[in-house]
Design a protein around this ligand. Structure first.
Ligand SMILES: O=P(O)(O)OC[C@H]1O[C@](O)(CO)[C@@H](O)[C@@H]1O
Length: 537
C-alpha cells in the first residue's frame, strides 16, 4: 500500500486516472489564475497538475487532520520537533526574530561574521606573507557544502569580493584540483563541519594545512583558517585560532544550516549584505508559512501535491528542472534536503509507516535536460511530476538568450500536458513523405500520451531575496510532507552505519586488524592491499 487511507483520496485518484489536465483548462477559464499563488517574490502556478478543486479540498482536509497549523507553529516556536535527537529544529531563528533565545544567539554570530568578513575584504586580515586574500576554499560535505556551494553558484552574477571554491569529496582529486591553481599566500580555508568529526572534511583539512605549511616555510599560517562548528573545542584542537571559530548549535540541522555561520563562504564571496538579503528573503517565506491559510500557503500546497503524487498516483520520483544555469546545483541541494530529511520508514512513534515516504529527487538544468532525459519524461512509462523553476529575467544574459530559455521552459511544460495524438503523429509522417501504411504503423512511436503534470515556479529574477525565499519554500515543503507522513524530518540515523563500518574496513585495509566481513568485501580489500602493500590509512 502506498496511500494514506481514510480521507477519500484513494477514490479521487481512481477518478482522476480518467481525467485530462488539458480538459480542466477547457472547462474552467479561470483555472490558471485560481491555481496560481504568490508569496515572497515567488509565483507558484499549480494549474498544470493532475488536481481539481475536489482533490485540493481533500488534501487540505488531510493537512487539517494532521494538525498542520499546530505543527507549523511547533516548528517555528522552537519546540523539540526533532524527537529522536531530542531537540528543536530552529533554523528559522537564523532569519526571524523568534524564538527569541535562539534568534539572539544567531544575531551575535552574524555580527561577528560581518566584522570578520569586512576585515578580510578590506585587507586588514592577510595571509602569512602579507598578501590580501583573494580566494576562499570551503572544506565541508553534505549540509556543510551543498547549501553554500549552491548559493554561491546561484548568485554568480552578483559582484564577487572573493573567488570561492568548494572541496567536499575525500577523493584526493577534489582537493588536488582546488589547490592546483591556488596561491597559498592568498588562499583562505573555511573548515565547515557541525560535528568536526567528519572523516572526509578532516582529511581534506589536513591536506590543506600541509599544503600551506610547505609554502609558508615556518611562517604563521593561522590567519588562513576559519572554522564553523557546533563543537569549537574540536576545531581548536585541530589548530584553528579561537577567534576564528564561528559557532553553530545543535538546534540547526546540517542540511538546514546555510543560514548559520556555515554560510560564511557566501558572505566572503559577496559581502555580508548579500548574506543578509538571502536571509531576509527566507524570512519573508517563513512569515508566509506561519500566517497564510493552508489553502493559499505555498509550502503547504507544494508538500500536499508531493504527497498526492507519491501516495495516491504512485509516482516514485520527482524531477527538479531549473531553467537557470546558475541554479544547476539546486537538484543536488534538494536531494539532500528532501531525501535525507524524509527518506524514513518509521513514524515519530517508531512504528513502521504503512505508506510510501520521500520520492527520489533528481534533475538537471534546462535546457540541458531536454537533450538528455526529457525523452523519458515525455514518452517513458513512469509518472514523473516536474518542478520547473524559472527566473524571468537574467541581468547578464546577452540579447536573445533569455526569451529562448523561457520559451523552452514553457514549451516543455505545455508539451508534457498536451502530448501528441496518434492522428497528429500519422499526419506528420505523411508530411515527411511516408506512405499511408508506413505512417499508420510508425505513428505510435511519435505519439505522446501527454497528461503529464508539472509545476511552474517563477520569479522576476534570481536575487539574494528570491533565492532565500525559494530555499525556505522547499525547506518548509519538506516539513509539511514529514507532518503528513508522521516522520521526523530532522534526523539521519541511516547514514551512521556506513560511517562506522568505514572505520573497520580502513583497519582491515591497512592490516592493523584482521577483520573478516563477507566474501565480496574481503576480496576487494585483498585486491586493494595487493596494490598498496605499504598502505597506512
Ligand atoms: O557538518 P558535518 O558534521 O561535517 O556533517 C556533514 C554532513 O554529514 C551528515 O551528517 C550525513 O552524512 C549530514 O547530515 C551532514 O550535513
Amino acid at each position: 500500500m502506498t496511500g494514506i487511507d481514510g480521507n477519500g483520496l484513494e477514490s479521487e485518484a481512481i477518478r482522476l486516472k480518467e481525467a485530462k489536465i488539458s480538459e480542466f483548462f477547457l472547462r474552467d477559464s479561470e483555472r490558471a489564475s485560481r491555481f496560481t499563488f504568490q508569496a515572497a517574490g515567488l509565483i507558484l502556478d499549480l494549474s498544470k497538475n493532475m488536481v481539481d478543486d475536489s482533490v485540493m479540498g481533500k488534501l487540505i482536509a488531510l493537512a487539517k487532520c494532521r494538525n498542520m497549523s499546530q505543527r507549523i507553529e511547533a516548528l517555528l516556536s522552537g519546540e523539540r520537533v526533532n524527537s529522536t535527537e531530542r531537540r528543536a529544529a530552529a533554523h528559522t531563528a537564523l532569519r526571524l526574530d523568534q524564538p527569541a533565545e535562539y534568534a539572539a544567539l544567531a544575531r551575535t554570530i552574524q555580527d561577528r561574521i560581518s566584522t570578520y568578513v569586512a576585515c578580510i575584504h578590506s585587507g586588514a586580515v592577510r595571509g602569512f606573507s602579507g598578501k590580501p586574500f583573494t580566494r576562499v576554499i570551503n572544506i565541508g560535505i553534505g549540509g556543510s557544502d551543498l547549501g553554500p556551494k549552491m548559493v554561491c553558484s546561484a548568485l554568480d552574477h552578483c559582484e564577487h569580493k572573493l573567488e570561492t571554491r568548494f572541496v567536499s569529496n575525500v577523493d584526493g582529486s577534489d582537493i588536488a584540483s582546488a589547490l592546483a591553481d591556488s596561491d597559498p599566500e592568498s588562499t583562505l580555508f573555511v573548515l565547515a563541519s557541525k560535528t568536526f568529526t567528519t572523516q572526509e572534511t578532516l582529511r581534506n583539512a589536513q591536506t590543506a594545512r600541509l599544503w600551506l605549511q610547505a609554502a609558508a616555510d615556518g611562517a604563521d599560517i593561522a590567519s588562513h583558517f576559519v572554522a564553523v562548528t557546533a563543537v569549537p573545542e574540536r576545531a581548536e584542537a585541530f589548530g584553528v585560532a579561537a577567534d576564528q571559530i564561528f559557532p553553530m548549535w545543535d538546534w540547526v540541522g546540517g542540511r538546514y544550516s546555510l543560514w548559520s555561520a556555515i554560510g560564511i563562504s557566501i558572505a566572503l564571496a559577496f559581502g555580508g549584505e548579500v548574506f543578509a538579503a538571502l536571509r531576509n528573503g527566507a524570512a519573508e517565506m517563513d512569515r508566509h508559512f506561519a500566517q497564510a491559510p493552508l489553502s493559499e500557503n505555498l509550502p503547504v500546497l507544494m508538500g500536499l501535491l508531493g504527497c498526492w503524487y507519491r501516495n495516491y498516483l504512485k509516482a516514485q520520483t520527482q524531477a527538479i528542472i531549473p531553467y537557470a544555469h546558475n541554479l544547476r546545483l539546486l537538484p543536488a541541494y534538494l536531494q539532500q534536503l528532501e531525501m535525507e530529511s524524509n527518506g524514513k520508514s518509521v513514524t515519530r512513534d517508531g512504528e513502521a509507516v504503512p505508506y510510501t515516504t520521500a520520492p527520489v529527487i533528481w534533475g538537471e538544468s534546462g535546457t540541458n535536460g531536454q537533450h538528455s532525459f526529457h525523452q523519458l519524461l515525455h514518452q517513458g512509462t513512469d509518472l514523473i511530476p516536474v518542478d520547473f523553476i524559472l527566473p524571468l529575467k537574467n541581468p547578464v544574459a546577452p540579447d536573445g538568450h533569455q526569451p529562448l530559455l523561457v520559451a523552452n521552459c514553457l514549451a516543455q511544460s505545455r508539451a508534457l500536458m498536451m502530448g501528441k495524438s496518434l492522428e497528429q503523429a500519422r499526419i506528420e509522417f505523411l508530411k515527411d513523405g511516408c506512405s499511408a501504411s508506413e505512417a499508420q504503423s510508425l505513428a505510435p512511436a511519435r505519439a505522446m500520451p501527454g497528461n503529464r503534470p508539472s509545476t511552474l515556479l517563477m520569479m522576476e529574477a534570481l536575487t539574494p531575496e528570491t533565492l532565500g525565499a525559494l530555499i525556505a519554500l522547499y525547506e518548509h515543503k519538506v516539513y509539511v510532507q514529514s507532518v503528513i507522513w508522521d516522520i521526523n524530518a530532522f534526523d539521519q540515523w541511516g547514514v551512521e552505519l556506513g560511517k562506522q563500518l568505514c572505520g573497520d574496513v580502513l583497519q582491515a585495509m591497512s592490516g592493523l586488524a584482521e577483520i573478516k566481513f563477507d566474501g565480496s568485501t574481503d576480496n576487494a580489500i585483498a585486491r586493494f592491499r595487493s596494490m598498496h602493500p605499504k598502505c597506512k590509512c
